[in-house]
Design a protein around this ligand. Structure first.
Ligand code: PRP
Length: 187
């Protein structure tokens, strides 16, 4: 993993967990898998805003094939640090998913509550197939048994920010993924 100068980390970020090179390797690998799996078929990538926007932007360029993208915005985190269990749609898709090959693109699978809801919701719209691609997978955290076909990196159980992931809407622009210092969110 390439080194990031510690003195340049934001005050609330205690360390780098995944550097830029490691992230790009994972994105490239998923892109190649999707290219192979959907050869000759058009696939609709459903991006879950906001966190997945950077992953999607890189992933779509790593796929050699016919892809369409669309966006959904949902909210699952209540207080900025813990899943609330309440998922609501803030923005729905423009595209119809009926009869389409769909991949849900997520930045992180944590409790799995968001994806459980999304899978149930999108399956009811009768896609031809539906899979999940997540950049980060928090091991052992899922309350639901979700079949996730494309996983980028196994993530330690820390509050992670950067590469699209936020804390109170900050840090999404960090090019790496770092751990938020616990003092930032624990009173
Ligand atoms: C985050 C993340 C996933 C979800 C994962 O979104 O982007 O969508 O939480 O958590 P879960 O597996 O515990 O449900 P968040 O609600 O923070 O919105 P954001 O992407 O706009 O930051």
């Amino acid at each position: 993993m390439q080194e990031v100068d510690k003195t340049t980390l934001p005050l609330e970020v205690s360390k780098v967990i995944f550097g830029e090179d490691e992230i790009q390797e994972a994105v490239k690998r998923i892109g190649e898998q999707i290219t192979q799996d959907y050869a000759g078929q058009k696939v609709l990538l459903v991006t879950v805003l906001k966190g997945a926007f950077i992953f999607m932007a890189d992933l779509v360029r790593a796929i050699k094939g016919d892809v369409e993208i669309d966006f959904m915005a949902v909210s699952s985190y209540g207080d900025g640090s813990k899943s609330s269990g309440v998922v609501r749609i803030i923005k729905d898709l423009n595209a119809s998913v009926e009869g389409r090959h769909v991949i849900i693109v997520e930045d992180i699978l944590d409790s799995g509550l968001t994806l459980t809801y999304l899978l149930r919701n999108l399956k009811s719209r009768k896609p031809l197939s539906i899979e999940v691609a997540t950049l980060l997978f928090k091991e052992g955290k899922q309350q639901a048994n979700i079949r996730c076909k494309y996983i980028g990196l196994m993530c330690p159980d820390e509050f992670v920010v950067g590469y699209g992931l936020d804390y109170n809407e900050s840090y999404r622009n960090l090019p790496y993924i770092g751990a938020l210092d616990a003092s930032a969110y624990e009173q």
